[in-house]
Structures are given as C-alpha cells and as structure tokens.
Unconditional design. Structure first.
Length: 155
C-alpha cells in the first residue's frame, strides 16, 4: 500500500465530517481503510468504531473487534478502551470482565480519560477485580481533572 497513512486518515476525517468538502462516508471509509492497512492505529480504531456502530457501513462486530485489536497492538490507547467496552458488554466477543478490566487498565495507564473513568467504575463495582472504593475515587479524580464529565458527576 502506498501513500501517507497520516494524510489518508485526515482525508477520511474530512470526508466523514464534511470539512472542506461534501460529507461522503463511502470516501471516508475508503481513506480510513487505506491508512488502516498500513497498520496506523488511529485509522484502525476509527474504522473499528464505524463498523461497531454501523456508521456509513454495514455493522460488522467481528471486523470491529479485529480492528480494535490491531490498533491496540499498534499502541492506540483508545483501542484498549474500546476493547474493554466490548469485553465488558459482550459486544462482538464473549463477555469477559477480567479482560475488560485489563484493557481499561492499559488505556488508563496511558492517561486516557475514558479509560481512567471506566477503570474507576470497575473498582467501584467489582467488575473484573475486587471492589476498592478508594482506588475508584482516585481514578475518578484523575479523570475529572482531565475534564471527563462522567467522572466529575460521579464524584
């Protein structure tokens, strides 16, 4: 695959959101796919989200999971969070709260705000781990400081 994976991702974004051009999800997906094939985690995660939610493309949870896994392997922190949600809720994959917890932890360790919040929720509720209210509050505070609304409300 030739081309600049960063530029391909940006073109996908422009077409998806109608920035400087007409909104065109078909073209957006084409550009995301080109970037994702070059193992660019941002494109893989975005494309996974579109497949998971059936946005501009037929919903395909298997493809979504595969793309999230590839993106996580490539170090994309949001992909760890997305995998955590899928494992927690059994979206396209067998429900596994321990794996959900592990993926949230990986995203939280990298400072991803939604990962911090969800990891806190796991500690508060005993999802994939023992209940630890103090740890939950600590994580909620970290997420809230960064601007996570859910964490701000939870506190």
């Amino acid at each position: 695959m030739n081309g600049n994976k960063f530029a391909q991702l940006n073109l996908g974004y422009f077409y998806e959101n109608g920035k400087g051009t007409q909104k065109d999800m078909k073209k957006a997906i084409e550009w995301y796919e080109k970037s994702a094939k070059q193992e660019y985690g941002n494109a893989q995660c975005r494309l996974g989200y579109l497949y998971e939610n059936g946005i501009g493309i037929d919903q395909d949870l298997g493809k979504a999971i595969d793309l999230y896994k590839r993106a996580a392997k490539n170090g994309h922190v949001a992909a760890y969070y997305c995998l955590g949600k899928c494992y927690q809720d059994g979206i396209g994959i067998e429900k596994n709260e321990v794996k959900a917890f592990g993926h949230y932890k990986k995203s939280a360790e990298k400072g991803y705000l939604n990962g911090l919040y969800n990891l806190g929720y796991c500690y508060e509720s005993g999802i994939g781990t023992e209940i630890d209210k103090e740890k939950a509050v600590e994580l909620y505070k970290d997420a809230a400081k960064g601007g996570n609304r859910d964490a701000q409300i939870r506190l």
